[in-house]
Design a protein around this ligand. Structure first.
Ligand SMILES: [Zn+2]
Length: 78
């Protein structure tokens, strides 16, 4: 949605290399809570793992995000 907003990304590469990883979005609200928050665009599901987590993302349905993210934060003491 902000592809025409220069200088607002936190990319550390600066490269114009569009990989499959960039075929995604991030839920800003969840990201601000410390979540990975990657959104799987085809389904709208979001990753509720902690930001910078190892391994693959764990996507949950959008309507479950609030509950599951809260549980994850409590369980892992974010
Ligand atoms: Zn993730």
């Amino acid at each position: 949605m902000d592809i025409h907003s220069p200088g607002t990304t936190d990319s550390d590469s600066g490269a114009d290399n569009v990989s499959e990883l960039h075929n995604a979005s991030v839920d800003e609200g969840a990201a601000l809570q410390g979540a990975c928050a990657q959104v799987h665009l085809p389904t709208g599901a979001m990753c509720i793992k902690r930001r910078g987590h190892d391994g693959s993302c764990e996507f949950v349905a959008a309507r479950q995000v609030d509950v599951l993210l809260a549980e994850r934060k409590t369980a892992e003491h974010w």
